[in-house]
Design a protein around this ligand. Structure first.
Ligand SMILES: CC(C)(COP(=O)(O)OP(=O)(O)OC[C@H]1O[C@@H](n2cnc3c(N)ncnc32)[C@H](O)[C@@H]1OP(=O)(O)O)[C@@H](O)C(=O)NCCC(=O)NCCS
Length: 161
């Protein structure tokens, strides 16, 4: 019997504690420039379906968070993957790929034409994920962050929808 695929749905306020727990498992100085604690989910609003979660048997295994880069009308066709994460136990089975695809489908429904994101140059796994899913490097901010006593580049990737 095959294992059921985790369902992907909009996040709800009742997911908050599990999102915070996943953040505390996942983020460190190798993959985020911000201080990961406290989790942004301790204060974020859950409106408009901007956060999608992958849930299986009551376990929250991953999420993707969609945002706008700017509030400008001239930039309204662009969306940003603000954050994407998968629980360590659920990696390399395609969950982040499905979350990215679900996020891109929502962006298209909202009329967006471009999905963009930033990733640390130290985050080889995430870079491979994005390239595999059609994202291309648009820019590099050299030595943008000092993390673990080393300067790290900020890479800007994007994909036309
Ligand atoms: C990056 C991350 C979201 C990937 O999640 P995932 O569910 O394991 O990704 P997928 O299974 O969809 O991977 C799809 C492809 O991406 C690439 N990839 C993903 N993780 C990789 C890794 N650690 N090393 C190398 N390639 C990787 C591979 O090509 C993979 O295909 P394959 O497994 O058939 O080789 C997950 O490792 C994670 O949560 N990391 C910590 C948070 C993070 O860095 N988020 C991104 C911030 S910019």
């Amino acid at each position: 019997m095959s294992t059921p695929l985790p369902a992907i749905r909009k996040a709800e306020p009742s997911d908050r504690d599990r999102l915070i727990a996943l953040d505390s498992e996942v983020w460190d100085a190798s993959n985020t420039p911000r201080d990961p604690r406290p989790s942004v989910f301790s204060r974020v609003h859950f409106e408009e379906g901007r956060i999608l979660v992958a849930v299986e048997g009551g376990e929250l295994l991953g999420y993707v968070w969609i945002g706008r880069r700017t509030p400008f009308e001239s930039n309204a066709h662009v969306r940003v993957i603000r954050s994407i994460a998968v629980s360590k136990a659920a990696r390399r089975v395609g969950l982040a790929t499905r979350l990215l695809q679900a996020a891109e489908a929502r962006m298209r429904e909202a009329g967006a034409r471009k999905s963009s994101l930033t990733v640390l140059s130290t985050n080889a796994g995430a870079i491979a994920l994005y390239e595999r899913n059609g994202y291309r490097l648009e820019g590099r901010l050299h030595g943008e962050y000092l993390l673990n006593d080393a300067l790290v580049d900020d890479l800007h990737f994007a994909k036309l929808l």
